[in-house]
Ligand binder design. Sequence first.
Ligand SMILES: [Zn+2]
Length: 362
Amino acid sequence: MTIHCQNCLRPYPETGTPYRCEVCGGVYDYSEFPGYVPPVETGSPGIWRYRQSFGLPEYAPVISLGEGNTPLLPVRLNGQQVWLKCEYQNPSGSFKDRGAATLLSFLASRGVSTAIEDSSGNAGAAFAAYAARAGIQGKVYIPDSTSGPKRQQIESYGAEVVRILGNRSTVAEKTREVAANGEVYASHAYLPQVLPGYATVAYEIYEQLGEIPGSLIVPVGQGNLLLALWRGFESLSKVLQIPKAPLLVGVQALACAPLWALTNYGPAGLGWVAEAETVAEGVRIKTPIRGDSVLQAVEKSQGVFIAIDEERILPARDELARQGFYVEPTSSLVWEATRNLVKNLPQPVVSVLTGSGLKTEI
Ligand SMILES: [Zn+2]
């Protein structure tokens, strides 16, 4: 087993599905990332072509709704070519489907029949969809303020929805309390089994582009997508012996930008990080669980964090829509970031459009 507690180094247990270390409370992660294995064409759907890269046991079931194989499309911005990876075209409307597929497969392989999750939106929908596909009864804790379409989507998949008064942190706290009573907590934030699923975005970009991109622009809340992309490209470059890594740009909303504050102002910057209101609700995370690893990945890539002003988010969303790309406000952060940076970024530049605009009420 290559998953260990990052704090006390105990291995992930052979039975059960703890979301964090049962001894010290530490976060589990791969001590060695399963990494890229060139796909074999076996007729497996979407991301399951890369099954050998998932680190799942052979007997783990394929839980698929056809996620992956999303388009990579060129657009012009400030006279430069930019490639958009259209992750919002996944089955439940976001990249989270890739991680839900691998996580639910893992949970099913351990005989799980009921599980809980907390999410303000996309992760909750992805969990509910893949739990339904896996025959697992799901319950999802969400902030009372979660937009109607997102809540309806989760409920339609058959998951029970529990609305909690308070912000995202309050909901997470409540979910941890319930998990402490022995419920299986299928946390997309804590459990590392989502990462090999997310890493397939890197493998697809490589195949579609025919090369490792020069730069990669990704929204960062927990930062698990950015981290998985980094690990995905790192392992791909090692296996295929291509000495190249993309420069990573992690994009946050200025209203809640802890990693941007830390890298620009040092530890003092963290002092004034707020969990303020933002239309980019998907990245409203004040304390990213793998924050250290995300920071290291960006640093190693010689990349940067950038924070986007609140008043620029919806205009950027509309600009994308006028070119045919209908994404949620969280995803339009990367468009604004790309505009600001594209002239100085190594080519080719790939920006990841993470979630669909169809669930948004603004
Ligand atoms: Zn531990």
